[in-house]
Design a protein around this ligand. Structure first.
Ligand SMILES: *[C@@H]1O[C@H](CO)[C@@H](O)[C@H](O)[C@H]1NC(C)=O
Length: 140
């Protein structure tokens, strides 16, 4: 009987710590979208070869810009909610490469001041493209 109890205790501990780890790794923020033209970008100037060919890239807001260190970072982004019901596409996650600083992007974001700005190609994988912004969970 005591071994059953300790097994339960171990399973319970594992379950709780996995929940904790999951939440400590991902952050919550907002994401807008932007379309072309994308060049020049604050990260790569006119060098289009730095942009992923699948067009899954984005720009960061001031909170993540990190003096330019954000350039080239990869983020996994998931839509968690939006002002309009059913804006998020269930079960979808996108990985983007940071190529620009939202504040100075040539093409203006659909909303200023968001945590992330996704290329419209990336945005429409996880949400309805007509939404100006969504709430996201993101993780480097
Ligand atoms: C996207 O949102 C718009 C505006 O809310 C709506 O008219 C349209 O039906 C939505 N598209 C999909 C595929 O849900």
């Amino acid at each position: 009987m005591s071994s059953t109890l300790s097994l339960r205790f171990i399973l319970c501990t594992l379950f709780l710590s996995s929940l904790f780890l999951r939440h400590s790794l991902a952050d919550v923020g907002t994401a807008a979208h932007y379309g072309p033209p994308f060049l020049p970008s604050a990260c790569y100037g006119r060098d289009a070869s730095q942009f992923p060919s699948n067009n899954f890239f984005g720009a960061v807001g001031e909170g993540l810009w990190d003096n330019g260190a954000a350039c080239g970072r990869q983020y996994q982004v998931r839509c968690i909610s939006a002002a309009v019901r059913r804006t998020c596409i269930p079960g979808q996650m996108i990985q983007i490469k940071i190529v620009d600083r939202a504040q100075s992007s040539v093409s203006r974001p659909s909303l200023a001041g968001t945590t992330l700005v996704l290329s419209s190609r990336a945005f429409q994988v996880i949400a309805n493209a007509s939404a100006p912004f969504i709430n996201v969970e993101y993780q480097q």
